[in-house]
Design a protein around this ligand. Structure first.
Ligand code: B3K
Ligand code: ZN
Length: 867
C-alpha cells in the first residue's frame, strides 16, 4: 500500500508516489552477471564509464534483463556487439535477450564534482571516490545492482597523472603504465565474486602509510592507509588498530585475510563512518586521522572500533554477504557484535559494555518506541538507506550476543565456523545464520527467531518473594505494540541472575542463566536463608526494559556490593533515575542517597577511574524522558540540574581531587584515558555546584591541556556557563583549529550541545558562519545532529527549534537526501512530548510532507512519523 493513502497520513498532494519494497516479494534474480569489466576515464568534471557485463539466464523463464540506472544517461548500449535502444523504466533498462547468455556493453558520462548526494562516483577535496552501498553502483553503470548478483570485477582506470596520481580499486593491481598526453592507467582484478555494493575505486593525490601483516598461515599482506601527504602522521593509530584487528579475527574467529593487499582511503566528505569495499575500505576521515592534539580519547577508541568493524566485514559481509537488504543485520548486527568484542578485549570490558548499553538506550530504545520502529529484519521499506538504523546495527548485535549467551562461547564459535564454511561465497539470510547456530549447537532456536521479526523493546517485571520460607522469583514479560504489529508473542529472554545477601553482601545464589520463554514464569532458588537482593540482567544479558520491585536501601547496597560491574553501575543509574523522575514530576526528591552512593563510588579503591567516570555520569535528559509517560523538557532539565548542583556542592572535595589528576596527553593507555575521563566528569559536576569556580577550573584545564581530551572536555563545560572564560576559550579553540575540519566539527558541535537559553539563536547564527557547510555531512551532523540531541534547547516551547531544523532539512534534502532523512528523527518522536510541543512538532512534519519534490528518503521518514 502506498503509505500516502493511509487514512490518517498527512496531506501530501505534491509528493511523488514511492512504492514499498517487501521482504515477502523476494525472488531470485532472473539474470546472473558472473563477470564485470569496467574501463573508466576519470576526471572530476567529466568521467566516462564503459561497462561490459556477461549476463547468464538464471533458470528457465522468458523474462527480460533489468539493469538499474539512477541519474544515468547511456551514451550507447550494445547487446552482443549490436547497438540497441532498450525500453526504460524509472531509470532502468529493460533488455530482451533470446539466448541464455549475452554480453552487454554500455557507456555513460558522469560529472563527479556535481554529485553532492555522495552516492556513486563523486569528488571530495579533489579525490575521486565511490560509495555504492546500498544502491550506488547504479549511479556508475547500468547493472542489476542487487546484493545476490555476485561478479568478479576487472577495472581499467585512466586519468591525468599530475591531477590524479594514485589509482586504486578492489583486489590486486595487475598492470599499470603511462599513456599519451600526461595520462596514466592501472588495471585491477578482484578474484573474489562480490555484489556491486562492494565495488570501489579511488583516484587522487594521495600518500600512503605502509605496513604489512603476516597471516596465521604465513602469508604477507601489504597494508596501506591513503591520505593527503600532510595527514600521514595522523594515521599511525588506525594502522595499529588494523593490525590488531587482523590478529584478533584470527585468534577469536579463526578468520584469515584473503588478498595480498589491503587498502584504506580517508576522505572528508562521506555520508557515514566508513565502507567495507573488498580490499579497498573507504573511510570518513574522522575515523582515520588522530593525534593527541587533535583527537580525544573517545575519538581514538572510535577509530579503532570502526577500523576493526570494516576489517571484520571482510568475512561477515564480503565473503558471506546478504541475499537482499532486509537481511542487512546479517552483516551489520554480527559485525557490530564482533567490533564490540574487539574493543572489549583491547581495553576494559566492563566500561565498553556500559558505553554500548548507553548507546543502545540513547539511539535504539527511542526508535523501538516510536513511529519508525521496525524489526531487526524489516518487512518493507521505501528507501533502504533509511534502515541503517540502531535497530539493525545495535539491537542486531544484541541478538548475536544473546545467542552467544544461550549457547555458550564454544558452541557459538562452532556456529560461526559452520556459518562461514557453509556459506562462503554466498548471499544469504538471517535465517541461515540462526540455522548454522542451531545445527552446530544442537539447540532449538525456534522461539528465539522472534527477536528478528518482532519490533519493540520487551518490558520485564521481576519480583523476589521470600514470604513463606522459600525464595521465588516471579518474572513477567510484555512486548509493546509497534507500527504494523499490534500483538506480540512472548520472546526468549536470557537473564543472567544472582542473589546477594541484603545484610551480608555475600552472593547467596551464584549467577545462573534464566531463560524466560513465557509471559509469566516463577523460578525457585534453593538454600537461601537470609533476605536477598536480586541482581538481574547482569552485563545487560538481554536488551530489555526492566522493572524490579526493590526494598528501601537495595539500590544503594547493590551500587556498592554487586560483584557484576554492569549491575553495580545499573543500580546507581536506577537510583539516580528514581530521584530525577520524582524531581521532574514535582514530587519530593531527596538527593542524599544518590550523593552518598556517588561518594562511596568516588572513594572506592577497587574501582578504576574509567569505571568511576562512567558510573558518575547522570542519565541524559532524553533518557529520563524515555522513562516518563510524557516528556516535559523544561521540568526534566530543572530536575537534572538541581541534582547535579546538589552533587557538586556536597562532593566538592573529592570531585576537585579527581579533577586535579592528570595524565600526559601522549599516554593512551586505558589507565591514562580513565584519569582524563573522570577528570572532565568531575569538572562538570563541580561547575554545576559552583559555576564561578567551575568556570575558573575549566579555563585552567583548557589552558593547560596538552591533549584534545582535556581541552574539549573543559570547553564542553564552559560552553554552558557564563563569563569571559567561555568566549575566550571558544575563540582560542577556533584559532587553534586553523581550518582543520575535524576540529571545526567539534567547535560547532559543542556550541549546539550547550545547555543555555540562547543555544537556538547561537545555532541559527552558526548556520551562517563561513565555516559552516551544507554539503559536508560531518559539519551538518555537528550542528544539526548535536542540536537535535540537545533536548532542552531543541524543544524550546516556542517551537522555533523545530522550525529551524525543518527549514534546514528542506534545504539539505535538495543536496543530500540521505543526510536530511537521518537528521529528521528527533521530530519523529513528537507523540512522546507534552501536547503543546507535540502539536508544534507535528506542524513542522506536515509542512515538510507537503513540500513538493521531497526526496524518497525524507518522505519516508516524515510520512511514517505522521501515521
Ligand atoms: N556498510 C556500511 C554502511 C553503508 C551505509 C549505506 N547507506 C558501513 C558499515 O556499516 O560498515
Ligand atoms: Zn558495518
Amino acid at each position: 500500500m502506498d503509505i500516502r493513502t493511509a487514512p490518517s497520513a498527512a496531506p501530501t498532494p505534491a509528493a511523488p508516489a514511492h512504492a514499498e519494497t517487501r521482504r515477502a516479494d523476494y525472488r531470485a534474480p532472473d539474470w546472473l552477471v558472473p563477470d564485470v569489466s569496467l574501463d573508466v576515464t576519470l576526471d572530476p568534471d567529466r568521467s566516462t564509464v564503459r561497462a561490459t557485463l556477461t549476463v547468464v539466464r538464471n533458470g528457465h523463464h522468458d523474462r527480460p534483463l533489468r539493469l538499474e540506472g539512477d541519474d544515468l544517461v547511456a551514451d550507447w548500449i550494445r547487446l552482443d556487439g549490436a547497438t540497441i535502444t532498450p525500453v526504460t523504466d524509472d531509470g532502468a533498462l529493460i533488455i530482451t535477450i533470446t539466448g541464455d547468455r549475452a554480453t552487454i556493453d554500455s557507456e555513460v558520462t558522469l560529472a563527479p564534482s556535481a554529485n553532492k548526494k555522495l552516492m556513486g562516483l563523486y569528488a571530495s577535496g579533489g579525490i575521486l571516490c565511490t560509495q555504492c552501498e546500498s544502491e550506488g553502483f547504479r549511479r556508475i553503470a547500468f547493472h542489476p545492482d542487487r546484493p545476490d548478483v555476485l561478479s568478479t570485477y576487472r577495472v581499467r582506470m585512466t586519468a591525468d597523472k599530475a591531477l590524479l596520481p594514485i589509482l586504486l580499486a578492489n583486489g590486486n593491481c595487475t598492470a599499470s603504465g603511462d599513456g599519451a598526453d600526461g595520462t596514466h592507467w592501472a588495471e585491477w582484478h578482484d578474484p573474489f565474486p562480490k555484489p556491486s555494493y562492494l565495488f570501489a575505486m579511488v583516484a587522487g593525490d594521495l600518500a600512503a602509510n605502509r605496513d604489512c601483516f603476516t597471516t596465521m598461515s604465513g602469508r604477507t599482506v601489504d597494508l596501506a592507509i591513503w591520505v593527503r601527504e600532510q595527514d600521514l602522521a595522523k594515521t599511525a593509530h588506525a594502522m595499529g588498530a588494523l593490525k590488531a584487528s587482523m590478529a584478533w579475527d584470527e585468534r577469536v574467529y579463526g578468520r584469515e585475510y584473503d588478498l595480498s593487499l589491503f587498502n584504506i582511503v580517508a576522505v572528508d566528505d562521506f555520508n557515514f563512518g566508513a565502507m567495507e569495499n573488498k580490499g579497498l575500505n573507504i573511510f570518513n576521515s574522522r575515523y582515520i586521522m588522530a593525534d593527541p592534539d587533535t583527537a580525544t580519547d573517545a575519538d581514538f577508541d572510535a577509530i579503532a572500533a570502526v577500523v576493526a568493524h570494516e576489517y571484520f566485514h571482510n568475512w561477515s559481509g564480503d565473503r558471506v554477504t546478504c541475499r537482499d537488504w532486509f537481511q542487512l543485520s546479517l552483516k551489520e548486527g554480527f559485525t557490530v557484535f564482533r567490533d564490540q568484542g574487539f574493543s572489549a578485549d583491547m581495553g576494559s570490558a566492563a566500561v565498553k559494555r556500559i558505553e554500548d548499553v548507553r548507546m543502545l538506550r540513547m539511539a535504539q530504545f527511542p526508535e523501538d518506541a516510536g513511529p519508525l520502529a521496525h524489526p531487526v529484519r524489516p518487512e518493507s521499506y521505501m528507501e533502504i538507506t533509511n534502515f541503517y538504523t540502531a535497530t539493525v546495527y545495535n539491537k542486531g548485535a544484541e541478538l548475536i550476543r544473546m545467542m552467544r549467551t544461550i549457547l555458550g562461547p564454544d558452541k557459538f564459535r562452532a556456529g560461526s565456523d559452520l556459518y562461514f564454511d557453509r556459506h562462503d561465497g554466498q548471499a544469504v539470510t538471517c535465517e541461515d545464520f540462526v540455522k548454522a547456530m542451531e545445527d552446530a549447537s544442537g539447540t532449538d532456536l525456534t522461539q528465539f527467531r522472534l527477536w528478528y521479526s518482532q519490533a519493540g523493546t520487551p518490558t520485564i517485571t521481576a519480583r523476589l518473594d521470600q514470604s513463606n520460607g522459600t525464595t521465588i522469583l516471579h518474572v513477567s514479560q510484555t512486548v509493546p505494540a509497534t507500527p504494523g504489529q499490534p500483538t506480540k508473542q512472548p520472546m526468549v529472554i536470557p537473564l543472567r541472575t544472582a542473589l546477594i545477601g541484603r545484610d551480608s553482601g555475600a552472593e547467596l545464589a551464584p549467577e545462573r542463566l534464566i531463560l524466560l520463554t513465557e509471559a509469566e514464569q516463577s523460578i525457585a532458588f534453593d538454600g537461601v536463608t537470609e533476605p536477598a537482593m536480586l541482581s538481574i540482567n547482569r552485563d545487560f544479558s538481554a536488551p530489555i526494559s526492566l522493572d524490579v520491585a526493590r526494598a528501601p536501601g537495595e539500590l544503594e547496597a547493590l551500587a556498592e556490593h554487586d560483584p557484576d560491574p554492569f549491575a553495580r553501575y545499573e543500580a546507581l543509574q536506577d537510583l539516580m533515575l528514581r530521584t530525577l523522575i520524582a524531581g521532574a514530576k514535582g514530587d519530593p526528591a531527596d538527593p542524599a542517597p544518590v550523593i552518598e552512593s556517588m561518594r562511596r563510588t568516588l572513594a572506592s579503591n577497587a574501582l578504576d577511574p574509567a569505571y568511576k567516570g562512567e558510573a558518575l555520569l547522570l542519565p541524559s535528559e532524553s533518557l529520563i524522558g524515555d522513562r516518563m509517560a510524557l516528556v516535559d523538557p523544561g521540568a526534566i532539565h530543572a530536575a537534572r540540574e538541581a541534582l547535579r548542583s546538589a552533587i557538586g556542592q556536597s562532593l566538592a572535595e573529592p570531585l576537585a581531587a579527581a579533577q586535579r589528576e592528570t595524565a600526559p596527553g601522549h599516554d593512551l593507555s586505558p589507565a591514562a584515558k580513565g584519569i582524563r575521563r573522570l577528570r572532565t566528569v568531575a569538572l562538570g559536576l563541580l561547575a554545576a555546584g559552583d559555576p564561578v569556580r567551575g568556570a575558573t577550573l575549566a579555563k585552567a584545564q583548557f589552558d593547560a591541556a596538552d591533549n584534545m581530551t582535556d581541552r574539549q572536555g573543559a570547553l564542553s563545560i564552559l560552553v554552558s556557563l557564563d563569563g569571559p572564560e567561555r568566549e575566550a576559550a571558544l575563540a582560542a579553540f577556533h584559532d587553534r583549529a586553523a581550518g582543520d575540519p575535524l576540529i571545526l566539527d567539534k567547535w560547532f558541535g559543542l556550541q549546539a550541545a550547550a545547555q543555555r537559553t540562547d543555544t537556538l539563536s547561537a545555532v541559527e547564527a552558526l548556520a551562517s558562519h563561513p565555516d559552516f557547510s551544507m554539503t559536508n555531512p560531518n559539519r551538518l551532523r555537528s550542528l544539526l545532529g548535536s542540536f537535535g540531541a540537545n533536548q532542552w534547547a531543541f524543544h524550546d516551547p516556542s517551537g522555533a527549534g523545530y522550525r529551524f531544523i525543518a527549514d534546514m532539512l528542506l534545504d539539505t534534502d535538495r543536496i543530500n537526501p540521505q543526510s536530511a532523512a537521518r537528521l529528521v528523527t528527533p521530530l519523529a518522536r513528537w507523540r512522546r512530548f507534552e501536547p503543546g510541543r507535540a502539536a508544534l512538532m507535528r506542524t513542522e512534519l506536515e509542512r515538510m510532507a507537503a513540500t513538493p519534490g521531497l526526496s524518497k528518503d525524507l518522505f519516508e521518514q516524515v510520512s511514517k512519523s505522521l501515521v
